[in-house]
Write a protein that binds this ligand. Sequence first.
Ligand SMILES: Cc1cc2nc3c(=O)[nH]c(=O)nc-3n(C[C@H](O)[C@H](O)[C@H](O)COP(=O)(O)OP(=O)(O)OC[C@H]3O[C@@H](n4cnc5c(N)ncnc54)[C@H](O)[C@@H]3O)c2cc1C
Length: 254
Amino acid sequence: MVSSQSRIGIIGAGTSGVYLAILLIQQGFQVDLFEKAPHPRTDGCGILIVQAGMQALHQGNPEITEKIINSGDRVKLFEFRNLRGGVINSEPVTYEEHELPGMLVHRKAILEALLDKLPPECIHFNAELASIAQTEHSAIVHFKDGRKWEGDLLIGADGIVSKVRQYIVPGVELFYLGDIVWRGIVEDHSFCPEGNFFVYVRGRGIYANFFHIGGGRTHWGFFIEKERTDSETGKLQPNNIAFLTKVRYNNSSE
Ligand SMILES: Cc1cc2nc3c(=O)[nH]c(=O)nc-3n(C[C@H](O)[C@H](O)[C@H](O)COP(=O)(O)OP(=O)(O)OC[C@H]3O[C@@H](n4cnc5c(N)ncnc54)[C@H](O)[C@@H]3O)c2cc1C
């Protein structure tokens, strides 16, 4: 049973970990957030935050969405083009008064807007998870630099190669789908106007996208998606589903 006095540890200060920490602190929990990097990892490129994502952030704290709105571009147009620039489909986006927009923004601006709302004493850098143990009443974490944390609940927000997951669901292997992506940001004031999201489609899983992210910058991305054989379809499923089902069943029957 998790009470509001509970001490909660979160591994990973990416966007998920930081936002979750904010929400839990607002509910009165004692939260410690551990990040292996020596500082917030604000690198990355452009991100499209769809309206539902903005609404979810707004519910947590309207100041977060306000900062994001001031840092990027409101989505104004989605346009699909062929390689000669001919328009295949064009979808202007309009908003009602007071409606939250979808946003085109640098990942750094999202993380910084979130970090602004996190009490700095909650976040611990250079804290790379080494091991996890569990007693009847607590979770215990050891970090690579020798630090130790003990609390009531531990949450893994440590990304796609999660070490926490290895303890909860051992044996899950990542499966490379064969897709290749190049991304970057350029200064641009003319090719991609403010709020525009262009997709150039060649067909058969080859396409490029460009979107303006505010401040005279355009995000670009080139994508090659590998065709999948029937035997590859569905491989993203963890290979020990039976184990997960058993855990859920055991918990619900308690
Ligand atoms: C540096 C970076 C740049 C990215 N750039 C883009 C982008 O431009 N566009 C895009 O669409 N997506 C990008 N992503 C991916 C995107 O942020 C995530 O896929 C998505 O937001 C999910 O976020 P997350 O918080 O769950 O995981 P992540 O954003 O991956 O964050 C996980 C955090 O956990 C930390 N961590 C991992 N292992 C440990 C450990 N053992 N101990 C302690 N801490 C640990 C990592 O350093 C990281 O800060 C990027 C991710 C990162 C880390």
